[in-house]
Design a binder for this molecule. Structure first.
Ligand code: BES
Ligand code: MN
Length: 454
């Protein structure tokens, strides 16, 4: 391990320069204008894997390509499957970035760029740790496989098919994903649970075109007013979601879990301050961490409707749309939630409007085994890489593939997040700490050692 660690510190500067190259590629999966950047990013990752000493190939899909890599020359040793994603969220609003999203900039110990933490920077730590082993020791203590996809931020639709059709190729003992966060600065974490998600869109159609609000206003239902009323009915003042049956399948948090969450350092005041809000709010009877990690939600992500340009315009708009997502907790199933939400919206929809409902994508929540030998290996690796033992947490975000790994490959996932939730993921000025990059890479190198049982 000494040689591996020395290699990592000797090459720290080069690793950052290479990461910057990857961050310069605008691989925005949601926007078809960037299709060629998607191929470019995939090829960059493939070459990095190949240069590190792995076999590496591009696998075409119906959507963006998947990069598959492997080093499996250690028969009898466990196999770890590293998953990450090279696609990023759209960078908007652009004018809020201090430096442009695809021109990585290092300042105050962080690298700023879209994808810095989610997930290019985090994913990259595992490629660099494998490189360090193969360039120094010449072999790894475990077998490793890599799946680096380009559609995580749009629901991973084509990945499931790839896994289904390549079970043997992807076979492993444990999956490893660095796409979550540390608990707080200086407190690394292993995430053992994630919420699931359901994403949909509802449109209310009124008159066949926008109408003069003086001539026609008051005589027909205004779709924007009606949409506001409708989404206002989703949650009551105590923060309880009003969709019938919504909580039916929810597995409540155990007393042990609630106690473990409560034992984590958490200051409500600091949390509010960091978010710029004067109060926290959510489902009555739960703490902020419980609401974020262990309770389901229903959020409107955006509203589109009517005149939104400068100055006044007096109309009754023809239609209005809301994008809605629900975060799910263990045992809630996405199809059931979609069905009950659609039913609720249709029942509550006022007369004279036509309701159109579209369901996008989703995935179930996951909770991983806290007592596996892999979990112990990860704890020990992080302790060595960070110099501090990790805390065990759940997270509120979703990583669709984690459920799929369990379902199709039959394995748990180690969620080893090197980022911070304050790294502005999905927001302007996304960043990743250079120190975390180094600590994460070191922990990853140790992970191969600990999983190999040496
Ligand atoms: N890396 C995030 C998920 C995450 C972030 C988990 C922080 C825990 C802590 C991931 O890339 C992401 O944003 N996922 C989407 C999934 C969705 C598009 C299906 C999410 O959670 O919104
Ligand atoms: Mn991510």
């Amino acid at each position: 391990m000494e040689a591996v660690e020395k290699y990592l510190s000797d090459n720290a500067g080069r690793n950052i320069e290479e990461l910057k190259q990857l961050l310069r590629i605008p691989s925005i999966s949601a926007d078809s204008k960037y299709a060629s950047s998607m191929t470019e990013a995939a090829e960059f990752v493939r070459k990095q894997l190949a240069d590190s000493g792995c076999n590496a190939e591009i696998v075409e899909t119906a959507g963006h390509p998947i990069v598959f890599g492997s080093w499996t020359n250690k028969p009898g040793a466990p196999t770890a499957l590293v998953y990450g994603h090279y696609d990023v969220q759209p960078p908007d609003p652009l004018d809020e970035w201090v430096t442009p999203p695809f021109e990585p900039d290092v300042r105050d110990g962080n690298i700023y760029a879209r994808g810095a933490t989610d997930d290019k920077g985090q994913m990259y730590t595992h490629i660099k740790s494998v490189e360090a082993w193969l360039k120094t020791v010449g072999e790894l203590p475990v077998n490793v496989k890599f799946i680096i996809e380009g559609e995580e931020e749009v629901g991973s639709d084509n990945l499931d098919k790839f896994l289904e059709e390549n079970k043997e190729k992807c076979a492993c003992d444990i999956a490893v994903v660095s796409d979550t966060s540390q608990y707080a600065p200086g407190i690394p974490a292993i995430t053992y649970g994630l919420r699931g998600i359901m994403c949909c869109e509802v449109t209310l159609h009124g008159p066949n075109q926008d109408l003069h609000s003086g001539v026609f206003g008051g005589s027909i239902t205004n779709p924007v007013n009606a949409l506001a009323t409708l989404i206002g009915k989703l949650i009551d003042e105590q923060g309880n979601i009003q969709i019938p049956g919504f909580y039916d399948d929810v597995i409540p948090l155990t007393d042990e879990e609630r106690a473990a969450f409560a034992a984590l350092p958490f200051k409500e005041q600091d949390y509010m301050k960091s978010l710029g809000v004067s109060a926290t709010h959510g489902e009555a009877g739960y703490t902020t961490l419980e609401r974020r990690w262990g309770r389901p939600t229903c959020d409107v992500n955006g509203i589109i409707g009517g005149y939104t340009g400068e100055g006044p315009k007096t109309i009754v708009p023809a239609k209005a749309t809301a994008k809605i997502s629900c975060r799910l907790v263990p045992n809630q199933t996405e199809p059931k939630i979609v069905e009950s939400l659609e039913k609720f919206l249709r029942e509550q929809c006022p007369p004279g409007l036509k309701l159109e409902f579209n369901h996008w994508h989703g995935c179930p929540a996951v909770v991983c085994d806290l007592n596996s030998p892999y979990m112990s290996a990860a704890k020990s690796a992080i302790e060595k890489g960070f110099g501090t033992a990790p805390v065990l947490i759940r997270e509120g975000g979703s990583i669709p593939v984690v459920g799929t790994f369990k379902e199709i490959l039959g394995v748990d996932t180690l969620l080893l997040g090197w980022g911070q939730n304050t790294d502005n993921l999905h927001s302007p000025n996304e960043k990743f700490s250079l120190e975390a990059f180094q600590q994460g890479t070191r922990s990853s190198a140790w992970l191969w050692n600990e999983l190999g049982g040496q």
